[in-house]
Design a protein around this ligand. Structure first.
Ligand code: DGJ
Length: 723
């Protein structure tokens, strides 16, 4: 609920268990009086910092009081007027001046979310839009706050409009700024690299700042656009945390800064490295959204809030709760070495096991025999696939299976007909050598002719064949950051315009093919972010399919994202990424914690393994509702313990699905107890695998014994409330 108190000029934004209280200070500044647990609609203006001036804290010229932007909790940080913390925006005017001072102008409250054009945007809610203006430059800023009564997530962004008579240039345009009252926090971030995404790392926030981000033109494997402040006494199951995640897939920044007084600023948005944006009179710049989550029950509750929010308001409505395809992908089965016979043989093996979709990965187009060639030539390679795609699709159909296909729409190989025809379509200058990565260049997605061409090629394939699924991949990061089509003064706009081009193309394709299910991918989980998830209900979590490594990656990913967004496959052993051999059962158990599938040559499996695939898929159908809708509880941390364990509990607490892995067999660890979480203490649950019925409080407080398994031994427990 959003309430405005005219008398005190205070806004009360109240979510499920948090409140955010904004105040228009008598001097005109929009301040934050409280962000945290629920409060009543009381007058909190006693937090006015005016009375507590500090030496060296400047007072702006339009107030008689001792109010200083250096000491107040500001809703959008300005530059050059006494707030010396990280500013939210840097506006350069014609004379080169950069200072700005934002004053409240007006506000409106309305049902629903702001319209952000092609940018990803959360659905529904109630929105407060506060307009402030930079009194030094005639730039107006609309600060949007979208609130959901059943959620502890507040969505924010800023829209910047030039209302003056001359152009201005933005050198920074963050989405939000949140100043929290003095407190002690740790900063949790999810760092990584290719094959090792979203590793949680937490370190205390001392005075000064922690700045994380990506300048790679993609949200990246290296750092996820997520950050959480973890209160001093907070942990997995208790204490105050504030999480933020950007609904954005390009270069980004998030900062946490502890000020001289101990207050903490969290801010961020588009990375300002190499960023500039020219705004002529009347032009508007819309920043990406950020989801801000408050939890007073630790990181576990924060993750469940993010999961509910993303499922309820961000992931595509049509697909979010619908059963997902259980697929076999040919990548690790064949890599580039496939033909019609091999694909048909894979479908022959898959159908009787319960697999419903065959996905043809990289290599079906142009002259692509390896990763040096063919990207951009989205024509079926009939040399490899005699008769084209249709014989394979028909073969699948006859076996009751659907067909999916891989594209890497944003890329171009030097050895491709597309590049020979349009060398200038690649990012960078065509007349000087450019960087390659995976031997390929990136298409200039800021150009309408490029996105039109890719749309036409993909539409042609999708409309001429019965294709139910598309895997959208992106296998390198951006270099050069130069478009021959942009004027010199707009080259700083390149990165963000690239993302707008990508979002626009995905949107167009999804509107044209509403019945095609899209999965996202970027060399595994290199663009696993809320922006991509607004188009793709699931994302390939990582190219690392080793069950032990995957358990860790999925654990890290779960801090900010729901299980149903994680695409997880069973692959063969020795694992192609690590060389490790893990039990087949464990691989299935870990892959069941997401949108499940297979990525191996099914023909090479033993009869016993095939029987296990069948069982795994039957199990998956049984627990799919939990994966799509349930609450995740992290129980044993594989980064910290010799064990991995999580539970997914139904909203009504009548069912739970527990997956675990004993990492290394150890002598004598016979008293390790697994204490479950999230159950109803008074309910009685039957644990199918153990043939026991126990009360929820017994299962949570006394727990169950860690099964005595060998290295990487996995187990599952199905809990059902006793009727
Ligand atoms: C990277 C993806 O993550 C893999 O699953 C596979 O699609 C390859 N690209 C194909 O090039």
């Amino acid at each position: 609920m959003i309430v405005y108190d005219r008398k005190t000029r205070t806004f009360f934004l109240s979510g499920k268990s948090f409140s955010c209280v904004l105040w228009v200070h008598p001097a005109g500044y929009l301040c934050n009086l409280h962000f945290g647990g629920r409060v009543g609609e009381d007058d909190l203006t006693y937090f006015d910092p005016s009375a507590r001036g500090l030496s060296f804290s400047p007072v702006p010229p339009d107030t008689d009081s001792e109010f200083s932007l250096d000491l107040s909790c500001n809703e959008y940080g300005s530059f050059g007027q006494g707030d010396f913390r990280s500013p939210s925006v840097l506006i350069v005017r014609e004379n080169g001046e950069r200072a700005s001072r934002f004053q409240y102008v007006s506000h409106k409250i309305y049902q629903g979310a702001p319209n952000l054009g092609v940018l990803p945007a959360a659905r529904g809610g109630e929105t407060l839009a506060v307009t402030v203006k930079d009194v030094l430059s005639d730039v107006g800023i609309v600060l949007n706050y979208t609130l959901y009564e059943d959620s502890d997530v507040l969505v924010r962004n800023a829209e910047i409009v030039n209302r003056g008579n001359s152009p201005v240039t933005l050198l920074r345009a963050y989405s939000f700024c949140l100043d929290l009252a003095a407190g002690e926090y740790g900063v949790l971030r999810l760092h990584g690299r290719h094959n090792m995404e979203r590793t949680p790392e937490i370190a205390p926030l001392g005075h000064g700042s922690v700045k994380i981000g990506s300048a790679r033109g993609a949200s990246s494997h290296q750092m996820n656009p997520f950050l959480a402040l973890v209160g001093k006494n907070a942990g997995e199951d208790g204490g105050e945390c504030v999480g933020v995640e950007l609904l954005y897939s390009g270069s980004w920044t998030l900062e946490a800064e502890k000020s001289q007084t101990g207050s903490v600023r969290v801010c961020g948005g588009i990375n300002d490295l190499n960023f500039s944006w020219k705004l002529h009179t009347g032009e508007r710049f819309v920043t990406p959204q950020v989801a801000v989550c408050y939890s007073d029950r630790g990181l576990g509750e924060m993750s469940r809030s993010f999961a509910d929010f993303l499922r309820g308001h961000v992931l595509p409505e049509k697909y979010v709760y619908a059963p997902r395809p259980v697929l076999v992908n040919n990548w690790e089965a064949t890599y580039f070495g496939f033909d019609r016979e091999k694909l048909c043989a894979l479908a022959d093996e898959a159908a009787p096991l319960g697999i419903d979709t065959l996905v043809l990965d990289d290599g079906w187009f142009g002259k692509r025999e390896d990763d040096f060639t063919g990207l951009g030539d989205w024509f079926v390679n009939e040399k490899k696939l005699a008769g084209g795609l249709d014989p394979v699709i028909s073969h699948c159909k006859e076996r009751g299976m659907k067909f999916g296909i891989w594209f890497e729409p944003e890329m171009i190989s030097e050895d491709s007909d597309l590049y020979r025809a349009h060398p200038d379509w690649a990012i960078g200058r065509a007349d000087v050598p450019r960087c390659k990565s995976r031997h390929q260049y990136v298409l200039d997605m800021t150009r309408g002719d490029v996105t039109d061409h890719i749309f036409a090629r993909m539409s042609d394939i999708l409309s001429r064949h019965e294709i139910s699924y598309v895997k959208w991949d992106m296998n390198r990061h951006i270099t050069e950051f130069y478009s021959s089509r942009l004027p010199a003064e707009r080259q700083g706009e390149f990165s963000h315009r690239y993302m707008l081009g990508v979002y626009g193309l995905i949107r167009r394709l999804q509107e044209a093919f509403p019945n095609v299910f899209f999965e996202g991918c970027s060399g595994g989980g290199g663009r696993f972010d809320g922006g991509m998830l607004s188009f793709f209900p699931q994302f390939w979590t990582s190219d690392d399919t080793d069950a032990y490594e995957r358990a860790k990656i999925q654990w890290g990913t779960s801090y900010g994202y729901p299980l149903s967004a994680m695409s997880c496959h069973v692959s063969s052993c020795p694992n192609h990424q690590t060389g490790r051999t893990t039990p087949f059962f464990t691989r299935g158990a870990v892959a069941s914690l997401g949108a499940t599938g297979y990525e191996l040559d099914l023909g090479k499996l033993s009869a016993e393994e095939k029987a296990q695939v069948k069982e795994q898929i039957e199990n998956y159908h049984e627990i799919e509702a939990l994966i799509l809708r349930g609450d995740l509880y992290r129980i044993a941390d594989p980064y910290e313990e010799n064990c991995f364990c999580v539970a997914v509990v139904s909203k009504d607490k009548s069912r739970a699905y527990v997956v675990g892995m004993r990492i290394h067999a150890m002598p004598g660890d016979f008293d390790r107890r697994i204490r479950l979480k999230g159950l109803c203490p008074e309910k009685e649950y039957t644990v199918k695998e153990l043939g026991r019925t126990l009360r929820g409080d017994t299962l949570m407080n006394a727990g169950l014994l860690l099964p005595r398994l060998g290295d990487f031994g996995g187990w599952v427990w199905h809990l059902q409330e006793k009727s």
